[in-house]
Design a protein around this ligand. Structure first.
Ligand code: IPM
Ligand code: MN
Length: 380
């Protein structure tokens, strides 16, 4: 099959980890007979520097025309004091693509348990998914700034809560049928609405799913105290941002967590880590979250065998100790070496599950066609 993929490397370590995208897609294409047309575009600080906009209209248009979009990371201190912030580009992209459901799975790899800040017995059995509402709430409410005060409105409609609740319940149904909805219903009106709507959807549509409501402050505590009790964590935009960063370190490093952001039409796939300007340019950034985000993208494109193989290739590299310095003290392993190891593992894994096919068929070598980053002229 043919796919048109947009990659947005962004800022800081973004371009370094994005180097995985052509390598992995080329390998998947070769092994499974697909053709990936890959185009890179500007976003965030890189776009502000080139054309004064965080989300140029060319980038947005290319994303809307693509089958799927990968975004690495945006932002950095360089743009802290400017009129336009790189983050505005990402928020606008999420909103324009209407990717309201952000799915952040937490996988704990056996070998990496020693790198978790938690004791192994507490971590045992931890495996949950954070489902974060991504296009509403305080991120997108009315903002006001006057001489002596500032405000940000947190607003949710019933429809916005219903659609994200269904995503959470559907995932819970496929897993251990336990959904924890996180809010601050003891204080916030928007959370009271959230709780009522989630309760109703649960009762009417998903009676087989065990629904728990938890206040966000106590959830932050429980994630550390009893992480294995969670299955699907459903929450609003800002709580999800905070809790997913907290959850990510349970696995050993933030550099491992992937995410997908989906709506009724588009799919945007991002590692959950930031642009890490402190280590940018050194070639030591951890690319696993990027590679796992590509696996989520493949699954969303209905290439589930391909996605499974890629996840296996990642597990094999991790279990073999191919780790960057965030996970292994004094490690000299570079971003490029991790990427190459995963690609080599893919060849071995797919070769062994399907050696008969390559013997029967023509070699399936289809290059990833990559065009240079397109410059920009206007704002999206
Ligand atoms: C994330 C990031 C973004 C967010 C920033 C960069 C706007 O922290 O994807 O979690 O807050 O959503
Ligand atoms: Mn975040």
């Amino acid at each position: 099959m043919n796919f048109n993929i947009v990659s947005l490397p962004g800022d800081g370590i973004g371009p370094e980890v994005s180097a995985a995208v052509p390598v992995i897609l080329r390998k998947i294409g070769e092994l499974f007979g697909h053709e990936f047309q890959l185009n890179e575009h500007l976003i965030g600080g890189a776009a502000i520097d080139s054309c004064g906009q965080a989300l140029p209209s060319e980038t947005l248009q290319a994303c809307k025309n693509a089958d799927a979009v990968f975004l690495a990371a945006i932002g950095g201190p360089k743009w802290d004091d400017g009129d336009i912030r790189p983050e505005q580009g990402l928020l606008k992209l999420r909103s324009e693509l209407e990717v309201f459901a952000n799915i952040r799975p937490l996988t704990v790899y056996e070998t990496l348990k020693p790198f978790s800040p938690l004791k192994p017995e507490i971590l045992e059995g931890t495996d949950f998914i954070v489902v974060r509402e991504l296009t509403g709430g305080i991120y997108f409410g009315k903002k006001n700034r006057e001489a002596n005060f500032a405000s940000d409105e947190c607003r949710y409609s019933i429809n916005e809560v219903q659609r994200i609740a269904r995503v959470g319940f559907e995932l819970a149904k496929q897993r251990n049928r336990k959904l924890t909805s996180v809010d601050k219903a003891n204080v916030l009106e928007s959370s009271k609405l959230w709780r009522e709507v989630v309760t109703r959807i649960g009762e009417q549509e998903y009676p087989e799913v065990e629904l728990h409501h938890q206040l966000v402050d106590s959830c932050a505590m429980k994630l550390i105290q009893t992480p294995s009790e969670f299955d699907v964590v459903l929450t609003e935009n800002m709580f999800g941002d905070i809790l997913s960063d907290e959850a990510s370190v349970l696995a050993g490093s933030m550099g491992l967590l992937a995410s997908s952001s989906v709506g009724s039409r588009y799919g945007l796939f991002e590692p959950i880590h930031g642009s890490a300007p402190d280590i940018a340019g050194q070639g030591i950034a951890n690319p696993y979250a990027t590679i796992l985000s590509i696996a989520m993208m493949l699954r969303w494109l209905k290439l589930s065998t391909e996605a499974d193989s890629l996840e296996q290739a990642v597990s094999a590299s991790i279990e073999n100790g191919v780790l960057t310095v965030d996970l292994k003290p004094y490690s000299q392993v570079t971003t490029q070496q991790v990427i190459q190891t995963v690609a080599d593992n893919l060849t071995k894994i797919v070769g062994s599950i399907d050696s008969s096919r390559s013997a029967r068929n023509q070699p399936l070598v289809k290059p990833v066609e990559q065009s240079p980053q397109v410059a920009c002229a206007g704002e999206a």
